[in-house]
Ligand binder design. Structure first.
Ligand code: UDX
Ligand code: ADP
Length: 464
């Protein structure tokens, strides 16, 4: 039986997942470790509003379990040594150098973890890959671990995480399914059973699927590719709706009632973001290409092509509508996170839309309920389009949405935060330059009401 769990990586996956395991399994001691001292300090901090990951309901769970059976620490070696099961939950960004640059996943951090486990472990361990990884990573981890020659037995399992940010706590509490891939050997099956027992503390047994390692790994990439493809499909239709005078929300509603299609993931947007979709598809494309499956690779690559187009055309439309120039004009950006209810900004469409507008020399005022100034500048600096100094000159990050819109020529809605719907839009309108424009990249607001107030409106996927 698993009694002591160590999770390497205290990020958006490791933090919430381990908190729920701890909550639901009081008899298991869960230690989440990370190299990043600041992150661990924040997880251990008094102020629950300042946890490194914002997720509705998470602070309450951490508060309940922390110090009882949930611990956050930088003592990686110690936690590895004590654990019967080790989750690897470190980041696997797209490679920025060498072979596979811009496409393949960088497995540097995973390999470092495997080597560290191999060095430290003195008793048998179950090692579980939780990060999204290219197919056959488990094999690489196994090769490192099983050739240590120290007599320790390692069983490697794949247990991909399907939680979506913003709904992590409820996704973890009642998952559609839990997937566990293991080696099809006696020992492999036993290890998988032990992990099944952990999840059985709160998940129905019929929702816990076991399979072989490769199928499990590939299922994660496939799930994300299918979901992202739905977003790109509806976004492709959004452009057609705009030029033909249809309403994409109506089209989505109509097709969503077909039970074969289903109603979820049909919301047109300024483009999908997040740490998974683009990375996983690029990964899939890379794998397909490496096996010479060019048609398969091209097929999935189009999901990304369309997504990039959607972000660019949204920005271009702002410029065109504002009389072909935004130079020196103030534009309010409402929303910087890649979706609502998270403070995560990785690959957020807002970054790319802002970058295009800055290229046209606009001045931006950014407001997001959960994203701070430092993150906005880090995101823009990372693109290397401008220096930090230039970004600081052109972009103001403010803590009040009314302040962001004051004196602006236009407002761009880039994240679907609920609070945007309840703003006093009359007051915002009164304090803007006229004509006052609003560009709704999430089809979130009531356009009729905004037009009545006096705004000139554009909403993604809505034609005139
Ligand atoms: C995704 C998967 O959903 C999850 O199962 C996996 O574990 C990790 O990747 P996440 O990226 O956290 O989760 O959020 P998700 O809700 O999938 O949204 C991804 C992006 O697509 C966001 O930018 C979101 O705004 C966008 N999106 C989603 C749309 O534009 N329209 C939709 O209808 C749904
Ligand atoms: P994810 O969304 O996959 O959780 P994050 O970037 O939020 O990704 O979190 C990954 C975490 O893993 C980071 O906090 C990083 O510091 C940590 N990490 C990376 N490599 C190691 C390592 N070798 N040992 C411990 N922690 C690591």
């Amino acid at each position: 039986m698993i009694k002591n769990i160590c999770c390497i990586g205290a990020g958006y996956v490791g933090g919430p997942t381990m908190s729920i395991i701890a909550l639901k399994s009081p008899h298991i001691k869960v230690t989440v470790v990370d190299l990043n001292q600041e992150r661990i300090d924040a997880w251990n901090g008094e102020d629950l509003d300042k946890l490194p990951v914002y997720e509705p309901g998470l602070a309450e769970v951490v508060d309940q379990c922390r110090g009882k059976n949930l611990f956050f620490s930088t003592e990686v070696d110690k936690a590895i040594d004590k654990a019967d099961a080790i989750f690897i939950s470190v980041n696997t960004p797209t490679k920025t150098y060498g072979v596979g640059k811009g496409m393949a996943a960088d497995l540097k951090y995973i390999e470092l973890c495997a080597r560290q486990i191999a060095r430290v472990a003195t008793s048998d361990k179950i090692v579980i890959e939780k990060s999204t990884l290219p197919v056959r990573t488990a094999e690489a981890i196994a090769n490192i671990l099983k050739n240590t020659g120290n007599g320790v037995d390692f069983q490697i399992l794949s247990n991909p995480e399907f939680l979506a940010e913003g709904t992590a706590v409820s996704d973890l509490m009642s998952p559609d399914r839990v997937l566990i891939g293991g080696e099809q050997t006696e020992k492999g099956k036993k290890a998988a059973e032990k992990l099944v027992d952990v999840y059985k503390n709160w998940v129905d047994e019929d929702k816990i699927l076991t399979t072989n390692v490769w199928s499990s790994e590939l299922s994660k990439l496939t799930a994300n590719a299918f979901l992202a493809q739905r977003v790109s499909s509806i976004n492709a239709m959004s452009e057609l709706c705009e030029v033909t005078g249809a309403d994409v929300n109506e089209v989505a509603r109509a097709i969503g009632t077909d039970s074969r299609i289903g109603s979820k993931f049909l919301k047109a947007s300024v483009g999908f973001g997040g740490s998974c979709f683009q990375k996983d598809i690029l990964n899939l494309v890379y794998i397909a290409k490496s096996y010479g499956l060019n048609e398969v690779a091209d097929y999935w690559e189009q999901v990304i092509v369309l997504n990039d187009h959607q972000k660019r055309r949204f920005a271009a439309n702002i410029v065109k509508t504002l009389f072909n120039t935004v130079s020196g004009k103030d534009i309010a950006i409402l929303g910087w996170a890649f979706k609502k209810d998270t403070n995560d900004t990785r690959e957020s469409a807002a970054i790319y839309v802002a970058d295009e507008l800055l290229n046209e020399r606009a001045s931006l005022k950014v407001y997001d309920p959960k994203v701070n100034e430092e993150k906005v500048y880090t995101d823009l600096n990372y693109l290397e389009t401008r220096t930090n100094k230039e970004n600081v000159e052109l972009v103001d990050v403010v803590e009040d949405p009314y302040e962001a819109c004051k004196g602006a020529h236009a407002i761009a809605i880039l994240t679907e935060w609920d609070e945007f719907k309840s703003y006093d839009w009359n007051r915002i309108y009164d304090n803007m330059q006229k004509p006052a424009f609003i560009f709704d990249g999430r089809a979130l607001l009531d356009l009729e009401e905004l037009s009545r107030i006096g705004f000139i409106t554009y909403s993604i996927g809505k034609g005139n």
